[in-house]
Design a protein around this ligand. Structure first.
Ligand SMILES: Nc1ncnc2c1ncn2[C@@H]1O[C@H](COP(=O)(O)OP(=O)(O)OP(=O)(O)O)[C@@H](O)[C@H]1O
Ligand SMILES: [Mg+2]
Length: 262
């Protein structure tokens, strides 16, 4: 991608991290569906695959990029050069690579890649980082770096506990309280609400922080079927329940357009 094609803005572009603590909560799927929906709203969206070890954003999009973050880490490309456009209309920094020798975080730090990402972000309306599972330093660094974090949790108690752990570590280590809760895979609206209340109450009581709810996405067989077809639900089943819920969430996270001067 050539950023000269687009007018570089002073980067006030929001960078949103999609994290969960526990694996399999739905981060990658939420990232790709929200990116698609935001693109459909006319926004220019960049997805950064922040799961270097097991990142599979490009695979799920059926992309075969010839350059990825591994090349950036190896000093063989700039971040800008590895950005490619997906068929869904948004842009991707692919994370999958066989080149990396250094741990991901050390590599990112050594090459100032996160600083570079801030600069690159100026050419987009919104950036979404698909963060790896876990609560390791790599995860926390990306969550701390982001302007907002959507913490994805399912009603599974261990998923709630792990999402809470991310919010807690962010608060305790970095004194940041920028997480919002996205309940995914809810069996019903009531189960989704109950899941949210559990994490909200704990954060309120033990951390003294407010964790707003960004939305509840139901368990949806069509959503799962789309993943198996290597498709995005928004594309394969645009009218399914999960996509309806995600549409509301996309509207909530879309950066507000500045009002035209009268
Ligand atoms: N709302 C939903 N309804 C049905 N199935 C879902 C839903 N959300 C996620 N899944 C299923 O859960 C699985 C994991 O989703 P996804 O890969 O997005 O999670 P992840 O958090 O990125 O996982 P990892 O931690 O391994 O990166 C997928 O196979 C997907 O089909
Ligand atoms: Mg994932």
């Amino acid at each position: 991608m050539n950023l000269n094609e687009t007018s570089l803005k002073i980067s006030t572009t929001p960078i949103i991290a999609m994290a969960s603590g526990k694996g399999g909560a739905g981060k990658t799927g939420m990232t790709l569906n929200l990116a698609t929906l935001l693109t459909q709203q006319g926004l220019k969206v960049l997805v950064f695959d922040g799961d270097m070890g097991l990142g599979n954003v490009d695979v799920q999009l059926g992309m075969a990029p010839n350059k990825d973050l591994g090349h950036v880490i190896a000093g063989q490309a700039t971040l800008e050069e590895v950005i490619s456009k997906s068929e869904r209309g948004f842009w991707v920094i692919p994370g999958r690579s066989g080149h990396e020798q250094l741990p991901f975080l050390t590599a990112l730090e050594q090459r100032d890649i996160l600083k570079e990402l801030r600069n690159v972000a100026g050419a987009f309306d919104i950036v979404i980082i698909d963060v790896a599972a876990g609560v390791g330093k790599e995860v926390l660094t990306l969550v701390e770096y982001a302007d907002r974090t959507l913490l994805v949790t399912t009603p599974d108690p261990s998923s709630i506990t792990d999402a809470y752990a991310v919010a807690k570590l962010l608060k305790v280590r970095y004194n940041k309280a920028t997480c919002e809760i996205l309940v995914n895979n809810a069996g019903s609206e009531a189960e989704g609400r109950m899941t949210y209340e559990k994490i909200k109450t704990a954060a309120d009581k033990f951390l003294g922080i407010d964790l707003p709810l960004v939305g509840i996405v139901p368990h949806d067989r069509q959503y799962a079927a789309a993943v198996k077809m290597q498709k995005i639900a928004t594309q394969a089943f645009p009218n399914c329940d999960a996509v309806h819920a995600l549409t509301t969430i996309a509207k909530k996270i879309a950066p507000k357009r500045e009002k035209q001067a009268a």
